[in-house]
Design a protein. Structure first.
Length: 258
């Protein structure tokens, strides 16, 4: 049974279209009735819209096998007085969900991803945190890949803010234990006695997704179709206990190895 990442694993970071073998891999799981969950750190679109988009480009995904951080957000962050940072689309989704954005005296600093954070935005976040706001990340990705460039991910930004202000942070999406626990509970609707040790997780984020999953006992598969161009860029520098169990080029390579 599988947990499967989306961006950089099922769809390309450049054109948001299916990566080689991705549709066929999901079709194989559906055909063989192999249990799985699709886990994405999507924050730019509502959960319903992003799932609909994936199905519009050829995937066959039921809502019961899909989870993203927006579906967990209300359990983690009160809708009152939030200073949120991320793309324009992310802020629009928060407004639609009823979050009250406050850039004067917020209770929570909520960080998602975008490519062009400014020094002034970081300064504002630091001021809010030093004044007592809590710090929450929508996820903890190591690298954000867009337009053939690689930027610091939300995880890297959270570490920066934690170091600057000594404010600890929480994470809503991957690789938080709460997110993986919810994923497991949803998987148990397919397989009632499933455990983390039964699951293989596939992702292009070997630090942000796979490290946390490995600590929970999952088997980890690193694909090179997203954030990293080769395993030599990152794997040798990981703690041995956090290195992936296997490395493949893309979903087609995994499909051929089954």
């Amino acid at each position: 049974m599988y947990f499967i990442d989306v961006q950089g694993t099922l769809i390309s970071d450049t054109d948001r279209l299916p990566i080689r073998g991705a549709i066929e891999f999901i079709d194989r799981l559906n055909e063989k009735k192999i249990p799985y969950m699709v886990l994405t750190n999507n924050t730019k679109h509502s959960s319903k819209e992003f799932l609909a988009y994936l199905n519009s480009i050829g995937f066959h995904l039921d809502a019961s096998v899909y989870l993203d951080p927006l579906m967990m957000l209300e359990y983690k962050v009160s809708k009152e007085s939030v200073a949120a940072y991320g793309t324009k689309e992310f802020l629009e989704v928060l407004n639609e969900m009823g979050y009250q954005l406050d850039y004067k005296n917020p209770k929570t600093v909520l960080v998602s991803i975008k490519a062009n954070f400014t020094a002034d935005e970081y300064a504002q976040m630091i001021d809010f945190l030093l004044a007592g706001a809590s710090l929450v990340g929508m996820h903890e990705t190591s690298i954000y890949a867009k337009n053939s460039k690689r930027y610091p991910g939300v995880g890297a930004i959270l570490k920066l803010l934690e170091f600057a202000t000594s404010t600890p942070y929480e994470v809503v999406g991957k690789p938080s234990i709460a997110f993986y626990n919810e994923s497991l509970e949803l998987l148990r609707k397919q397989v009632p006695h499933a455990n983390f040790s039964d699951i293989t997780i596939i992702s292009d984020d070997v630090k942000g997704d796979l490290g946390g999953a490995k600590e929970l006992g999952m088997k980890t598969v690193f694909v090179l179709s997203g954030k990293y161009k080769s395993e030599d860029e990152i794997v040798p520098f990981l703690e041995p206990s956090l290195r992936p169990d296997s490395v493949f080029g893309d979903m087609q390579d995994i499909l051929e190895a089954l």
